[in-house]
Write a protein that binds this ligand. Sequence first.
Ligand SMILES: NC(=O)c1ccc[n+]([C@@H]2O[C@H](COP(=O)([O-])OP(=O)(O)OC[C@H]3O[C@@H](n4cnc5c(N)ncnc54)[C@H](OP(=O)(O)O)[C@@H]3O)[C@@H](O)[C@H]2O)c1
Length: 246
Amino acid sequence: MFEGQVALVTGGTRGIGAAITTMLAKSGVRVAAGYSRGQDAAETLQKKLEAEGGAVSIHQGRVDAPDDCARVVTEVMDRFGRVDYLINNAGITLDKTVRKMTHDDWQNVLNVNLFGAFCMTKSVLEHMIERGSGRIVNISSVIGETGNVGQANYAASKAGLFGLTKSLALEMARRGITVNTVAPGFIATEMVGKIPQAALDAVVEKIPLHRLGRPEEVARVVRFLLEDDSGYITGAVYTVNGGLDM
Ligand SMILES: NC(=O)c1ccc[n+]([C@@H]2O[C@H](COP(=O)([O-])OP(=O)(O)OC[C@H]3O[C@@H](n4cnc5c(N)ncnc54)[C@H](OP(=O)(O)O)[C@@H]3O)[C@@H](O)[C@H]2O)c1
């Protein structure tokens, strides 16, 4: 189903992004995985997936730097000749209560998580419009719906992705391009590893399914949204959170 298709996954070499890269590569998608600082992780993942027969390229660049986004897309076009799917997955946290949060803490998180998705989208959009097809999936968070103590910057950035998704979905509806959001709950990655154990235990207690999610459980939903038969889904939010928002 995915033969010949090309995906660009930002933050695609660690955590949820690595699971998306892996699942897509194993499904026959040619995957360009972006990263910012983690060159070793990127090279290790690429080697592993290529050894298993996958077609994977890795691309260094900051999603919040428009020149980097343009360069990364050029690199992907040079390597694979097209971009069918864009997964805006790169994200960071800088958790503090609003009283302690600096302007930089706010700006950095908004830049990577929200402006980054906008920048990368701008860089591939004309190409998708020219081809009359494309799928864009933005990775938001349950925190964008609920808010969270110490995460005003993160919650605002992730709530912003809901608005970006819906607006772009409307703009692109007649162009053959769908735009959707996947909103994970608490998933076992390095990002969640930064939460103190006691706080994490309290979170798990509140999750109806009583466990953290696995990165692969998010990747499955992303892959579903990229399938040919999912072409009637646009502007939607898919939650993967163990029931946390009920
Ligand atoms: N884990 C969760 O519980 C959870 C829940 C809801 C939503 N999410 C969202 O899911 C996405 C992935 O999260 P994760 O837990 O997998 O995080 P992670 O393990 O910390 O990985 C983050 C990825 O983003 C990349 N990145 C960070 N800043 C970047 C920048 N300026 N430019 C380009 N790439 C950058 C990192 O690249 P380097 O390796 O080079 O640093 C890394 O590949 C994020 O958007 C996050 O907000 C996560």
